[in-house]
Design a protein around this ligand. Structure first.
Ligand code: FES
Length: 253
């Protein structure tokens, strides 16, 4: 039986939605697999929107906005690009990064709108149904995607992505700029750390566990789990529950 992907598209009001409209009135043929959500600007698309759509079993998610330099809010699409890159990196931890896509489509590009949607449908069809889709989602993967969703909402990642342009393009009071490469390394480390920390919090949702239990369950080094536990304790997200023998058990607060 042929697989019909279920796709979701977030289209900015001023360019891409108008481009989709033009495709419609021009009677351009393209597959009807994508449901559209209109947003005022592509910069409004929070990473959590994309991750949640995948969590709910959508096979692919498209974000479209005005071409760079044409955003009606000046810098919204730069913001969209940074948020999208972060989301893609987070989703690469679980191999779902090729199910999201970002593109720029202007109000006059009705034909191009039809082409990019057709290509996306074709690519997702080649990938096959999402492992989270329909009646039998992969529960282990679902837990990891939930951790990714939680990580995307942490203050640390929001602050890093929100201030990326300022940090890498503007000089600080000492006349210094952080090179793009250095910032990316910092961001990559933060993404992995926050993802692991959210996995730990999810693993502690029902029972208290030792560092060793968590290390085995999550396939992480015990020393790394311990480091994360200290950070999470400092953030008042976990605490000691009891000590059994010589082993402290942690619980989620
Ligand atoms: S208004 Fe279209 S991307 Fe900002």
């Amino acid at each position: 039986m042929s697989f019909e992907p279920k796709l979701l598209g977030f289209l900015c009001n001023w360019c891409s939605y108008a481009g989709a409209d033009l495709a419609g009135v021009s009677r351009i043929q393209y597959p009807p697999n994508m449901r559209v959500i209109r947003v005022m600007c592509s910069g409004r698309v929070d990473p959590k929107f994309l991750i949640q759509a995948l969590e709910l079993g959508i096979d692919g998610v498209y974000v479209m906005g005005c071409h760079i330099g044409d955003c009606h809010y000046l810098e919204g699409n730069y913001e969209a690009l940074r948020k999208f890159d972060m989301t893609k990196k987070l989703l690469s931890f679980v191999g779902l990064d090729n199910r999201i896509r970002l593109d720029w489509v202007s109000a006059s590009e009705g034909v191009r709108f039809g082409e990019v949607v057709s290509k996306f449908v074709e690519d997702i069809r080649a990938l096959g149904p999402s492992p989270l889709s329909r009646d039998n989602p992969d529960q282990e993967l679902l837990k990891k995607v939930k951790a990714i969703n939680m990580a995307a909402g942490t203050k640390r990642l929001r602050a890093l992505v929100g201030r990326q342009r300022k940090i890498t393009e503007e000089e600080n009071v000492y006349g210094e700029k952080v090179p793009e490469e250095e910032f990316n390394e910092l961001l990559d480390t933060a993404l992995k750390e926050e993802y692991d920390r959210q996995r730990i919090l999810l693993a502690l949702a029902r029972d208290s566990k030792s560092v060793k239990d968590l290390a085995v369950e999550l396939s992480l080094e015990p020393s790394l789990v311990l480091e994360h536990m200290l950070t999470l304790k400092g953030r008042s997200q976990v605490d000691f529950q009891e000590i059994i023998g010589n082993t402290p058990l942690f619980m989620r607060i």
